[in-house]
Design a protein around this ligand. Sequence first.
Ligand SMILES: [Zn+2]
Length: 82
Amino acid sequence: MDRIFMMFTLLRHIRCVNRWYAKVRGYPWLPCPLCGTYYGGHEVTGASIPQLDRPGYGWCVCFRAECQREAHYRWTAAWGHL
Ligand SMILES: [Zn+2]
């Protein structure tokens, strides 16, 4: 099980594979609003930073743990625990 998890973790960091997958499947390929890392729509985790002018709406961030944490912090600071 650990081997499979490690394989997917490594695969996640090979950006050209993910870019190819996003293109083939028709997913968007956009930079993360926090760190600038390009990621595909298939990698969206649900974490997003709040759009302060649109309550409840946010900009998705990439899969990196730092961005996930920062998004969670900003989201809860803006809207609380939704
Ligand atoms: Zn990021």
